[in-house]
Design a protein around this ligand. Structure first.
Ligand code: FA5
Length: 347
């Protein structure tokens, strides 16, 4: 029995084979060891002590053979694992993320304008009626305030969309709101003796309009706003700054270089600038509108507490996506927000 058990356990190649051998020899119901124990009943009374001793000896040997086989199999399993792990193999490469092209564009724009002396400031994306319209000289009847052209948020009082309520809240439709906030702060600064103009800021951030998405429109996009207020600021300063900005931006890119960048100013109208212009750049054989600009309207200067006889200023607001599209030859703005990794990993 001992020899048979030893051979069976030693030849078991895997856990299943060992289990079968275990059932055969030490199984609690029909194992050979159990049968031998039952056979003890027919042994003569006088021989019983010796037979019992012998049985225990056999049982010990069989169990030891089983334990040895178990250990052998466990050992080889670990060894197998060790062999499968090869420390010299090259590891799985870590997939590095990268900044979204718009985030990269914003960083570059901030850098360029910083070198021109403009400090970046931020404003809230949820705005009130005053900063988005009233202080920007946009009267209550102006079509830009149409509920269909803005994302109004219902107000605590239950008033919504376009109601003449100075507390009406909306997702800002332009970064020009930040102009007002900065000028208000500056006036407060003057009042508290913190210092007079110049104001020289930019603000970069998201704006929202319920525009239907097409190749050049998206309901959420980014603008870069610029504002300069000082004594004797003229339209010539505005044009120079915008030209320098565009030239520097396209010089930094690998796409279309600055040598073929043309900036065109078209007379236009904005309630908060006078005179106003629309700014275009050449692209794909035509012109693409990138933003609006102009001299800050005296009414706006007055609304926040400046004396328009003393200071003048210019402001501009440009679409960040459109400017980035020309740089990277992206012909559809929607590609920027589809989160297709094959597209995004090219930047
Ligand atoms: C304005 O938003 C004015 N606040 C700009 C301004 C600032 C004028 C300061 C004067 C002084 P406009 O609505 O034209 O202007 O938008 C400016 C630019 O934002 C557009 O030229 C375009 O480049 C971009 N833009 C407008 N709507 C969208 C849209 N739905 N998707 C992507 N870009 C857009």
């Amino acid at each position: 029995l001992v020899e048979g058990a030893k051979a069976a356990f030693a030849s078991a190649a895997d856990a299943d084979a060992l289990e079968a051998a275990r059932v055969e020899y030490v199984g609690a119901k029909a194992g050979k060891l159990k049968a031998a124990q039952k056979g003890m009943g027919s042994v003569d009374k006088g021989d019983k002590p010796a037979a019992g001793k012998k049985f225990n000896e056999v049982k010990g040997l069989v169990e030891a053979a089983f334990a040895a086989a178990q250990e052998r199999l466990a050992g080889s399993a670990t060894k197998g694992e060790q062999e499968a792990f090869d420390a010299t193999e090259p590891g799985d490469p870590l997939r590095l993320g990268r900044l979204h092209p718009i985030t990269q564009t914003i960083a570059e724009m901030r850098d360029i304008m910083g070198r021109l002396g403009f400090t970046a400031v931020e404003g809230p994306e949820i705005e009130d009626d005053w900063h988005n319209f009233v202080a920007l000289n946009i009267p209550e009847t102006h079509p830009a305030r149409d509920p269909l052209d803005n994302f109004y948020l219902s107000t605590a009082s239950g008033l919504a969309a376009g109601d003449s309520d100075d507390n009406a809240l909306l997702l800002r439709s332009q970064t020009s709101t930040v102009q007002i906030r900065v000028m208000e702060d500056c006036i407060a600064g003057v009042a508290s003796g913190d210092g007079p103009p110049p104001v020289r800021i930019i603000s970069l951030g998201r704006v929202y309009r319920p525009d239907t998405a097409d190749a050049t429109h998206y309901p959420m996009f980014h603008q870069i706003e610029g504002l300069l207020i000082d004594k004797g600021v003229t339209m010539a300063d505005l044009k120079s700054v915008l030209r320098l900005f565009c030239q520097s931006f396209y010089q930094m890119g690998e796409g279309q270089g600055s040598e073929d960048i043309h900036v065109r100013f078209r007379p236009s109208f904005f309630p908060f600038t006078e005179p106003s212009v629309e700014v275009d750049i050449n692209w794909q054989g035509g012109w693409m509108e990138i933003g609006g600009a102009g001299m800050v309207d005296p009414n706006v200067l007055r609304a926040v507490g400046y004396d328009p006889e003393e200071v003048t200023g210019f402001a501009f607001g440009l679409g960040v996506e459109r400017i980035a599209m020309r740089r990277h030859n992206i012909t559809d703005i929607r590609a920027l927000y589809e989160n297709d990794v094959r597209f995004l990993e090219q930047f």
